[in-house]
Design a protein around this ligand. Structure first.
Ligand code: FE2
Length: 350
């Protein structure tokens, strides 16, 4: 903004003073000078016109200059630099101190030289301009940082989703299995009362539970019948491979994904693998994903089995409550199922 466009508000009860000041400022090139001689109108005029600089007299009827400065400071938004100059014939040194304490930026005694006021106005407006540019620059930087953070977050989640997809790619019959396990796990976590950030975490991390299958040979991964004990041992190594892939993650998301990859085949009664953990020694995320994984696997086709009807799968989950699964998670599962009818409508096979 050109200095000549700056809006200046002058408050003085003496019309002669107002005339003199506005002449000086007009001569100095300022085009938008507003004068007020009734101090009661100062604050409404300020609120209405939002001047860039205020010049105020001290001794006035109704409201004195101190009161006006205090009022202006109350109405100046945080971070905005509004210059205020106090102009007075009062030479008491206490007056200057009080004005500055209340928030005046400059103080000038009458009588004054025209050049004194013109230079002070110019300097203060220049500072206001710099202040404004700095603020705009900061806002621009904050906006850019926000944009970059969103971009990085999206890229990070995108990569994780693609990693889960890569693991599924070889096992073409599973389709969106990994994503659905994430979605079901989130519903269960929410029903179990986990805080929302944890719910989101399990939703994003659970799809990576079988990422280790990337290292299982095709003849085992895609075998149409049931596995021999030796083949099953090889299949079990998808846990160790997944943990290796996700180990030493720096983000909470990868750390939870590692925990889920490690524990989603543990069973409540201790008959699971790889460590045979039982009860609450199994982390809650592992307990949740175990139910979500088995349910989704049952209701979809696999190389070794047909898709089960939802009712049969639900009966199986119920039967395994307290054996494979934490009974509390099974209760949450049944509640979610009753509430979320779309879960029943999940595509039979993708
Ligand atoms: Fe698995």
């Amino acid at each position: 903004m050109e200095p000549s466009q700056s809006k200046i508000l002058i408050i003085d009860d003496e019309p002669a003073n107002l005339l003199l000041l506005s002449r000086i400022l007009t001569k100095a090139g300022y085009r938008a000078v507003e004068t007020i001689n009734d101090s009661r109108e100062a604050l409404p005029a300020f609120a209405c016109n939002q001047p860039d600089l205020v010049i105020v007299d001290l001794h006035m009827p109704h409201r004195d200059g101190f009161e006006i400065i205090a009022g202006l400071r109350q109405h100046t938004p945080a971070g905005v630099f509004l210059p205020i100059i106090m102009l007075t014939a009062d030479t008491n040194p206490e007056v200057e101190l009080k004005a500055l304490k209340l928030g005046a930026n400059d103080f000038l005694n009458k009588p004054f030289q025209p050049v004194q006021i013109a230079l002070r106005v110019r300097n203060l407006l220049h500072t206001r301009q710099l202040h404004r540019s700095l603020q705009e620059h900061n806002q621009q930087l904050e906006r850019r940082v926000r944009e970059r953070t969103i971009e990085l977050d999206t890229a990070r989640l995108d990569i994780l989703e693609r990693l889960a997809r890569a693991a599924e790619y070889r096992d073409f019959s599973t389709g969106r299995h990994a994503q659905r396990v994430g979605e079901i796990s989130a519903l269960l976590a929410r029903k179990l009362g986990l805080p929302e950030p944890q719910v989101e975490l399990v939703q994003r991390a659970a799809p990576l539970h079988d990422v280790g299958k990337i290292g299982i040979p095709d003849e085992i991964l895609l075998k149409p019948g049931s596995l021999t004990p030796e083949e099953f041992e090889v299949m079990k190594t998808h846990i160790a491979i997944g943990v290796k892939l996700l180990a030493h993650g720096h983000s909470q998301l990868i750390q939870v994904a590692e925990l889920i990859a490690l524990t989603h085949h543990e069973r409540w009664d201790g008959s699971g693998y790889p460590r045979g953990l039982s009860g609450d020694a199994i982390p809650i995320f592992g307990q949740i994903v175990a139910v979500a994984d088995v349910f989704d696997t049952l209701i979809h086709e696999r190389p070794y089995k047909r898709a089960w009807p939802v009712e049969k799968a639900v009966a199986e989950i119920n039967l395994m409550s307290g054996r494979w699964f934490n009974p509390k998670v099974v209760v949450a599962f049944l509640q979610v199922l009753a509430e979320q009818s779309q879960l029943l409508k999940l595509e039979a096979s993708v």
